[in-house]
Design a protein around this ligand. Sequence first.
Ligand code: CA
Length: 419
Amino acid sequence: MRIRGGARTDVGLVRRRNEDSFLVRERLFAVADGMGGHRGGNVASSLALDTVATTVPATGATAEDLVDAVRSANGAVLERALADPELEGMGTTLTAMLMRGDEGLVAHVGDSRAYLFRDGELRQVTEDHTLVRRMVVEGRLTPEEAEVHPARSILTRALGVEPEVDVDREAVSLRDGDRLLLCTDGLTGMVPEEGIRETLRREPDPQAAADALVAAAVAAGGEDNVTVLVLDALPDGDENEAGLPVAAAAEVAEGPRAAAPSPPREPRGQALATAAALRLRELPWRRLAAWAGAVATAAAVVVVGVRLYVDRQWYVGAAAGHVAVYQGIPADVAGIRLSHVTAVTRVRAAQAERLQPWHQLFQGITAPSERAALGIVQQIRADVATAARLGRAAGPAAASGVPGAGPAPTPSPTASPSR
Ligand code: CA
């Protein structure tokens, strides 16, 4: 089986730079969608693909080799991010496919996607590592709602954020005539799957299909960088090519829409294209950073780490009138709560909130870890107990609101985040 493919990337209409990259090599194909910082996104996606290209053995590579290469890419991006303050917080998605015999081996992290187009039907091979996807699995959103949700590009996994990364792997047994699509969310965020399927049906030539898909994303608003690889599985024929014609890839890299300097041409079979542009990716991220900033003290911690900090944040707040520990950040994104309660105490939130150090309770007191959050809870409990003792000593009037010391006060309906 051989692969004939087409590739295109485009900055889109909104971003200034293209932070997507793609890799086309003998039997090895990948897309990466970088994010973070002034130039970090571009560096992250191209460095990740460079690492994969140089790490996967040229011949006889296995699924394990591919996953190892993705892990190496994670390490390379993280190391670079830590070494250069300008690149701090950068990260990237990566969806790679290695042809091994008649199998397409897929390794994947993030929300770029691999699809199999077979017999006119389109099937997503990869699972999105996004917050909205998780909410779909939990039954809190429908797939349709998730596809258009404003918070849809918040990732739960990416490369370059933590020393260890969990890499998804899939294997697709390919038949002659199958078509694989690798793309960044600049396509899937702008063009419904129905439209993608129709285009793949309509355009038999893989390069024409890639061009048409990118054109459709741009026509739909081009809010993000868009990158598309279309790979056709063909019976072993006469000669040559396992990979894309280099001319196509080079043309992509130097396309007229690319605003940033184009990378030098790579030797045949090594066309690693980094095009130029920026943004849908940054939007939710920026909004989140703004919210996190509003929540204050831990903003510096929050801003590290692309968009997946949501899972790594903790705070102490109020749940059902009691002091509680939350995982996530104390904010909503377009109606989606970015946190959930992990523990509720018996300490009344209204009592804690009256004490000077805990005035911020209803807005959420952020903590770098669960342990730290529990430490805050302990301190609150101790302070409330102390206040109760002092209140009792001072007499019933001052003790109002303390358990067992007279009638409980009316819970304040203004105990809301707007306080
Ligand atoms: Ca993107």
